[in-house]
Each structure stands twice: as C-alpha cells, then as structure tokens.
Design a protein around this ligand. Structure first.
Ligand code: SF4
Length: 469
C-alpha cells in the first residue's frame, strides 16, 4: 500500500481485497462503538457535556493568540521553554537542536500523532538519534516499519498472530521456541524489552492531549503508563504538539477529559492522566532536568476565519473514525496520511494541500454519523463540502465530475428541462431493472461492480407534486 494520499483510490481497492483486514475492522463496532454508546448512556446529560466542550474549544480557537502567549509565560515561570515551529521542517530542526544540545543518542517516545505528522522518526534516525516508540501499538508498527492505521490504536489492523510474527522476527535475542500465543505473553515481552529502553534513554518525547495556558502544563492520557516513564526517567523531556491544543485552565481540561475518554474508548477516565509542568523542582525526587514544549502550526492557523475553522476544536478522540463506514471498509493505511477517516478528511486538505488530499474529502457517504458522535460537535460533513468546493473551484476535481455537475447545474436552472430529464431517466432505469433491481448501467461498470440499485417506483417527485395540486 502506498503512503501517498493521492493514491487513496488504489489503496482503498487493495484494502477491500485484503482478507486479513476484515476481522480487524469488524472489531471497530464491538471494541470502540459499543463502549462509547454505553459510556454516553451512563453519563446522563452527555449532550450538555458536548455543548460545554464545544464552548471551551471555541473559546480556545478564537483566543489562540492570547492563550498561547499566556502558556509560554507560564511554562517559562516554571523553568521550562517553549519553542515555536511554523511547519514540519522547522519542527524537526527545533527538536533535533534540543536533542543535540543535550547530547542525546536515544529517545523514548510516548504516542504522539503530531510527531507522525511531521515525520520525526526517520529524520532523527538520519541524524544519528534512535527513537524508540513505547506505546505498545506504536512499538509494534515501528518494528514493522508501518505508519499508524488509527489515531488511538496504531496497530489496530493487526491480529495477535501477526504481532507474534513481528516479535519473533525482531527479538532475536530471545528463545525462538517461546510461546507467544496469548495476548498477555506479547504484552509481557514488550514490557520487558521496553523497560530496558526506558532506563537507557537520554531524552523523552511525548505529545499532549491538552495544554493549560494558566498553569503552563501539558496533559496526556494513556492506558499503559508509558507516558510517565517517557517523561520522568530521562534528563530531558520534550512535549511536541499542535498550537490548537491550548485551553484556558485545568477546569477546561477536566471537562474535555470527560468527553475524550468516553468518546475514545468508552472509559469514564483513562488509566493514567499525566500533568506535565516544568522540570523537576528542588524538592522533587523525580522528573526531567530540562523541559521543552515545541508548538507546531503546520497549516493550523491558516484555518482560522475559514469555513474549516471548526476542525481546530478536535480533541483527537477518534469517535468519528470509529463510526465511519468508509474507514470501516478500507482502514487507515488507505488514506496515506497521519489522520484518517472524517477527521483526516476535514484536516488533511489544510495541512497537506487540497491538491494532495482531495480524495479524503470525497471519501464520505455523508451519512453524518461522524458529526453526531463528535464530542465537540464539529460539523465534519460541512467541512468536507468546503474542501470539495475548493477542489471544484480550482479545477482539481475529476473531469467526469466537473462535466456532470456543470450539466446538472444547467438543467437545475431550467425546471422544464429538469422535469423532462428526470422523467426520461426514471423510465430508462425502469427498463434496465430486473425484478426490482438494477445490476448494471452502461458506462457505470465501476459503480455497479460492487453494488446494485433499486428500480425507481411509481411517479417522479415532480409528477406526484403536480398531481396533488
Ligand atoms: S473530529 Fe470530533 S470525533 Fe473526530 S477525532 Fe476530532 S473530536 Fe473526535
């Protein structure tokens, strides 16, 4: 599969024919969808919580300039530093310079989609620094040299048998006859190996789920505790995250945490919530000596004031992905991008360019389920339509679609012609049908290769409307 967003259609076709992917994607509903539904029902006024989350994130997005300056001052007051990066290249260089300043050769990493977004790992490796992913899913895909297929479950596409194969191939120092049939044995093996890597790391890099401007603190949620070991054991800790993660204070963070974990995994709260604020204090027994936060724009600020601004509210819970029929059919790798599913469709055209990520905005049935489950009420289909309009306006849409829409617009402005066309089309479709179903239409083989269409019944809407008068 090609890690190129322009290859989405070919990738999706390959994914649809991949028998190993089916059982993994089948777990989306049982694993995440059902958990969220139960958590939402148990909470009670979840809609009220969503409204509160939306208001908090809207305030943050519309006051980013003030909150980010306040955050920088709060971090400095605690003895840390904030570094700014306009784009992925600048972010990579800033992180490298921090690591080189402290002579780091090995870096442990907590799960961070932003470091995936800026392609940090290959850059560090090319500069003689070894990154070690410590989230179990990230560790597995790092061994397999694959990108994440899901934003909170990076190895979601793999079975435990595939993970066992990966461990046998990678951990050659261990007994080749050991049993890795049980999930627990896989976890224990990864834990033992990663423990040694934690202890030897020169620096640790984590992401951040939220930043509190008032407290100069970054907050992450994990279920494995690897975030704490990444940030506490090495002498240098770097938080790498997007500028939009900032909110006013920890009260706002508390509301968003309630939304995040319920929407993501159905948990009332994750196993670990880590609040990271500055280097180790004089009276503290653990923590890093150096604390840096790298804040990355990478196209985010360009969204402010546009119809896509609402996507900056995203708290990366993955609920939209877990409920998306397109993601559920093709998985995450087909997108060829760090962010997949509806959030990818809304965000990638901004960060990667419409010319590169237009397929993502079109990869939607517009069923609207993503917007219904989004904890901060982002109108994802509306934002996808915005990118589609830009694609069309810039002449990037496929010629067949451009011509079809031009023809439709011409007819839609001429009611008599439209009525005539609709009535002819209905008659032709009736003639093509067999026992209530159309199995093929000339020149539309691709569409009908995987689906049928019901034969139109009775009169057209216009005919029924006229008959009522
Ligand atoms: S768009 Fe909404 S549902 Fe999707 S990841 Fe972001 S916050 Fe979650």
């Amino acid at each position: 599969m090609n890690a190129d967003p322009k290859e989405f259609i070919a990738n999706a076709r390959a994914a649809l024919g991949d028998p190993k992917l089916r059982p993994a994607l089948g777990r989306l509903k049982t694993h995440f969808g059902a958990g969220r539904a139960i958590a939402v029902q148990r909470y009670g006024d979840f809609e009220g919580l969503r409204e509160a989350g939306k208001a908090i994130r809207n305030h943050a997005v519309t006051h980013l300039d003030e909150l980010l300056v306040q955050f920088e001052a709060s971090v400095a007051a605690r003895g840390g530093t904030v570094r700014w990066a306009r784009d992925a290249g600048e972010a990579r260089r800033v992180i490298l310079s921090i690591l080189q300043d402290v002579g780091a050769k090995t870096v442990t990493k907590g799960k961070s989609m932003v470091t995936e977004e800026i392609l940090l790992n290959p850059f560090l490796e090319a500069n003689g620094i070894e990154p070690v992913e410590t989230d179990l899913g990230e560790y597995i895909i790092q061994l397999r040299h694959e990108p994440p297929s899901h934003i909170i479950a990076p190895a979601f596409h793999l079975s435990k048998e595939q993970v066992a194969e990966t461990f046998f191939a990678a951990h050659t120092e261990l007994d080749p006859k050991r049993s890795l049939e049980e999930r627990n044995s896989l976890v224990q093996e990864a834990r033992a190996i990663l423990r040694r890597r934690f202890e030897a790391a020169d620096a640790g890099i984590t992401g951040a789920n939220f930043l509190s401007a008032k407290d100069g603190a970054a907050v992450i949620v994990t279920n494995e505790g690897n975030g704490d070991l990444t940030r506490l054991l090495p002498r240098t800790h770097i938080v790498v995250t997007g500028i939009e993660k900032v909110v006013a204070d920890m009260n706002d963070v508390a509301v968003l945490l309630r939304l995040l974990t319920r929407s993501a995994t159905g948990q009332p709260i994750s196993t670990y919530v880590s609040v990271m604020a500055g280097p180790r204090g004089p009276d503290e027994t653990d923590g890093p000596e150096n604390f840096h936060v790298v804040l990355i724009d990478n196209g985010r600020s360009r969204l402010i004031g546009t119809e896509a601004q609402d996507v900056l509210r995203c708290i990366r819970c993955s609920a939209c992905i877990n409920h998306c029929p397109i993601y559920g059919a093709v998985g995450g790798h087909a997108y060829g991008a760090t962010y997949m599913g509806p959030i990818g469709a809304a965000l990638n055209p901004a960060t990667m360019g419409v010319e590169n990520a237009a397929h993502h905005a079109n990869a939607s049935t517009f069923c609207g389920r993503c917007a219904e489950v989004c904890p901060v009420m982002i109108p994802l289909p509306k934002i996808m339509r915005h990118w589609r309009a830009i694609e069309y306006g810039q002449g990037l849409a496929p010629k067949a679609i451009t011509r079809g829409l031009t023809l439709w617009a011409f007819a839609a402005k001429r009611p008599a012609l439209y009525r005539l066309g609709a009535s002819i089309a209905a008659r032709v479709l009736k003639m093509l049908g067999r026992r209530g179903t159309i199995h093929a239409v000339p020149f539309k083989n691709g569409w009908f290769a995987v689906r049928d269409f019901p034969v139109p019944e009775g009169q057209t809407f216009q005919q029924q409307w006229r008959a009522r008068k």
